[in-house]
Design a protein around this ligand. Structure first.
Ligand SMILES: Nc1ncnc2c1ncn2[C@@H]1O[C@H](COP(=O)(O)OP(=O)(O)OP(=O)(O)O)[C@@H](O)[C@H]1O
Length: 258
C-alpha cells in the first residue's frame, strides 16, 4: 500500500505512539453495487495528523463514517478508540437560535457536564479558538471562518481523542482558510488530538498533515502515502515540490476514474 516515499522523521511519524485507528483489509459496498472501498489498510497513531486525499466519490467520507462508527464495513476490520470520535464537517451546522457559547455548551451538556462547569469550559474552548470575544453572538452574526471556529470548539467539547474533519474549510475564502490552518495547527499541538482530515486541496494537506494518504478512485484503496517532515514546514520550496508531486499522482487517479 505504500506509495512514493518522501522523508520520514521521528517527529513526523510518531512511530513509538500507540495506534488509535487500525484499518485492515477494509471493504465497503452497498447492496449489489460495486465496491466503494476495497482492501483499505492504514494505521493512524496517537497524536498524528493525517490528511486523506482522493478523487470525488472515491469513498473518503464513507471511510470517515466507518471510523466514526456511523457506518460499518462490509469486509475487513476496523479498530477505533472505545471513546469514539468527534466529527467536524464543511457546514458548521450550529443551532441558529443559540449563541456561540451555548452551541459549545450543548456538546458539554450531552456529556453530562454540570451547568457551571460547562459555561467555564465553553469559554475556555472559545478562547482556544480565539473567539472568546464573540461568545454571545449567534451564528448569523459570525463570519464563515468564525462559525467554523465555533464548530471546532464544539468538536473539542466532545472530548474525544480522535477528531475526524471532513473538508472543514472547503467553503472558506483562501485568506480565512490560511488563518484557520494556523489556528488548527496550534489547537492540534495544544490538545494533542489525533486528527484525520479529508480535503481536496493538496496544498492544505501538505500545510497541515504529518502524513498524506491518497485513496485511489473506485474502489477506494490507499495507493500512496507521503510523510511531511518538519523540513517541509520550514522550507517553502520543499513543500511546493511535495505538493506538486502529490498533485501529479492525484491527477493520475482522477484521470483513471474519468
Ligand atoms: N448510503 C449509501 N448508499 C449507496 N451509495 C452510497 C451511500 N453513501 C455513499 N454512497 C456512494 O459511495 C460513493 C463514495 O461516496 P463518498 O461520499 O464517501 O465519497 P467522497 O470521496 O467523500 O466524495 P467527495 O470528495 O465528492 O465528497 C459515492 O459514489 C456515493 O454515491
Amino acid at each position: 500500500m505504500l506509495g512514493l516515499a518522501v522523508e520520514t522523521t521521528q517527529e513526523a511519524t510518531l512511530p513509538d505512539q500507540p495506534p488509535v485507528v487500525v484499518l485492515e483489509n477494509l471493504g465497503k459496498h452497498y447492496g449489489v453495487d460495486a465496491a466503494i472501498l476495497e482492501n483499505v489498510n492504514a494505521t493512524v497513531r496517537q497524536g498524528e495528523f493525517v490528511a486523506l486525499l482522493g478523487a470525488s466519490g472515491c469513498g473518503k467520507s464513507t471511510l470517515l463514517n466507518i471510523i466514526s462508527g456511523l457506518d460499518v464495513p462490509t469486509t475487513g476490520a476496523v479498530e477505533v478508540p472505545v471513546d469514539g470520535a468527534a466529527f467536524m464537517f464543511q457546514d458548521s451546522s450550529l443551532f441558529p437560535w443559540l449563541s456561540a457559547r451555548e452551541n459549545v455548551e450543548l456538546a458539554l451538556k450531552l456529556r453530562g457536564v454540570g451547568r457551571k462547569a460547562r459555561r467555564a469550559r465553553a469559554l475556555e474552548l472559545l478562547e482556544l479558538v480565539n473567539l472568546a470575544h464573540a461568545a454571545d453572538k449567534r451564528p448569523h452574526e459570525l463570519s464563515g471562518g468564525m462559525r467554523q471556529r465555533v464548530s471546532l470548539a464544539r468538536s473539542l467539547a466532545q472530548d474525544r481523542p480522535l477528531l475526524l474533519m471532513d473538508e472543514p474549510f472547503a467553503a472558506l475564502d483562501a485568506i480565512t482558510r490560511d488563518l484557520l490552518h494556523n489556528e488548527l495547527e496550534r489547537v492540534w499541538r495544544e490538545t494533542q488530538r489525533t486528527i484525520i482530515f479529508v480535503t481536496h486541496n493538496v496544498r492544505e494537506a501538505v500545510r497541515l498533515a504529518q502524513r498524506v494518504l491518497l485513496l485511489s478512485s473506485r474502489p477506494g484503496t490507499v495507493v500512496a502515502q507521503w510523510e511531511v517532515s518538519p523540513e517541509h514546514r520550514r522550507d517553502g520550496a520543499k513543500a511546493a515540490e511535495l505538493t506538486e508531486e502529490i498533485t501529479a499522482k492525484l491527477r493520475e487517479e482522477i484521470r483513471r476514474h474519468a
